[in-house]
Design a binder for this molecule. Structure first.
Ligand code: SF4
Length: 367
């Protein structure tokens, strides 16, 4: 059996580690590229959302490399994610591929069912092996998430353009190669030092703080969002993103296994603007916007796939949040037609506007 799964940001690093430790042969799809997108666009329904198209391209490329088993997350709720697995299966079969599809639905308290699904494709393993594999994957995941947070905070202060991103990329590949928790932690420590060495110690006065919110796939996948965090950082913005894979796994797998998916409730913050969940991360987008406004951030950027219903609803509410909470907001809608140059121009204008607003505010305070 040769197992594969689609990319989503850096998720392939802990996933590969997990399944290799459990004795699987893993085929990681080639890094997402224009070729990946072209395959996805060619074979997907025109109005499918961008994540479906890109992940379809990932899977087709992995099948070309010899993968024969696909692992996909399932979903529940009003958004289209719940159909992704089935759609991928049908489209890839029509494309002539022969493979087995394993769809892991959200556990919703059904631990036995999840264990049964996972055991259906894993080779025989001991409990000890499972614990070791899960621990190693989790350490990799949390280290990666922390490094990305650090890089997003530091890019605005880097000594030369791209220095922080280069340090981050090198550390990510060290973590990918690490085979024990000790090696992961050593790579992490070295990575933190490397990133800290790439920035000026005394900061810069004109820095602005921006949060990137929106639909989880396009927020986490640099190919889909045209590396928005890197661009903003290099334009002099300190960036924060509330969504990351370890947080998502905690909510949707760990807590959901014991039927406590509602443990962290975005409803409270979003309630004045959005009473009900709208699927995907629509309500979280609003809750995050409110929370960043209260934390004194200068701006919010919502990243949303074209035709994504949850984010369309969130966008329509975001204007009111922006007005009432006093935070500038911008929506970036991405699809296969989005051009990088146009996006960079919009981001430059947004950062510039925030900088001017901030300077005007501090002039007012000093008068
Ligand atoms: S949240 Fe939006 S982009 Fe993501 S799967 Fe649902 S509809 Fe598609």
């Amino acid at each position: 059996m040769k197992l594969t799964f689609p990319h989503m940001g850096t998720l392939a690093i802990p996933l590969r580690s997990l399944f290799e430790q459990l004795g699987c042969d893993v085929v990681v799809p080639p890094r997402t590229s224009k070729a990946t997108l072209e395959i996805g666009v060619k074979h997907s329904p025109e109005f499918a959302c961008l994540p479906l198209k890109i992940t379809l391209g990932n899977l087709a490329q992995a099948l070309e490399l010899g993968a024969d088993t696909i692992l996909m997350a399932g979903g529940v709720g009003p958004c289209r994610f719940g159909f992704y697995g089935e759609l991928h299966r049908e489209i890839l079969k029509d494309m002539g591929y022969d493979f087995r599809m394993v769809i892991v639905d959200p556990p919703q308290g059904r631990i036995r069912h999840i264990v049964k699904v996972i055991r259906s494709f894993l080779p025989p393993v001991t409990v000890r092996q499972v614990v070791r594999a899960c621990r190693l994957a989790w350490v990799k995941l949390t280290c990666i998430d922390r490094l990305e947070v650090l890089a997003n905070r530091c890019r605005a202060f880097e000594t030369r353009p791209g220095a922080v991103s280069t340090a981050l990329d090198r550390t990510l590949s060290d973590i990918d190669l690490a085979e024990s928790q000790e090696e992961v932690l050593a790579a992490y420590d070295a990575g933190v030092k490397r990133i800290e060495r790439s920035v000026y110690a005394d900061g810069r006065p004109d820095v602005v703080r921006i949060a990137v919110v929106g639909e989880i796939y396009v927020v986490l996948e640099p190919f889909a969002n045209h590396s928005i965090e890197r661009t903003l950082g290099e334009l002099g913005a300190v960036v924060d993103r509330p969504l990351n894979v370890s947080h998502w796994l905690k909510l949707n797998v760990v807590l959901d296994l014991i039927n406590m998916a509602g443990g962290v409730n975005p409803g409270k913050l979003a309630r004045p603007y959005l009473l009900h969940g709208v699927g995907g991360h629509g309500r979280e987008t609003i809750a995050h916007a409110v929370s960043y406004a209260r934390a004194g951030y200068d701006g919010i950027i919502q990243v949303a796939p074209f035709t994504c219903m949850p984010e369309i609803v969130a966008e329509s509410v975001l204007h009111r949040v922006s007005r009432e909470q006093g935070i500038a907001a911008m929506t970036v809608v991405v699809d296969e037609q989005t051009g990088e140059a146009g996006l960079v121009t919009r981001l430059e204008a947004f950062v510039d506007m925030l900088r001017r607003k901030k300077a005007a505010r501090s002039r007012l305070v000093s008068v």
